[in-house]
Design a protein. Structure first.
Length: 122
């Protein structure tokens, strides 16, 4: 069961590091050894094509999975280039993991609020 209503707020063109702890429905640790993950941000949960604004994944594409005392965490890196040209507004984001057995689980969903910035790179 995903963590719902997980709001992310950031400003266009900023760096952001999202940290998503992954737990089971009872709050226990989930073993993500050998798992992969992906995270998307876009217009809505039903967005496709150009309605998807950001995509991150394990394997060198912006997500790492770490473990501290058995608590596995998704670490998502958003760079300034990812958001500097996006329109400010309230969007949707979602992350899922695929365990070593091929099972897919959505682990978080929520609103991604992108705020307008004034200071821009020259």
């Amino acid at each position: 069961m995903p963590s719902e209503d997980q709001t992310v707020r950031m400003w266009c063109g900023d760096s952001q590091a999202l940290t998503i702890p992954v737990r089971d429905a009872d709050g226990g640790n989930v073993d993500l050894s050998g798992a992969t993950a992906r995270w998307w941000m876009g217009k809505s949960a039903t967005a496709t094509g150009t309605g998807i604004y950001l995509q991150k994944a394990t394997g060198g594409s912006g997500i790492t999975i770490t473990s501290d005392a058995g608590l596995y965490t998704l670490n998502i890196t958003i760079s300034p280039a990812d958001t500097k040209d996006l329109k400010p507004g309230d969007w949707y984001h979602e992350a899922e993991v695929i365990d070593s057995g091929g099972n897919v689980a959505t682990v978080t969903v929520g609103t991604f609020t992108l705020e307008r910035d004034m200071v821009r790179t020259a």
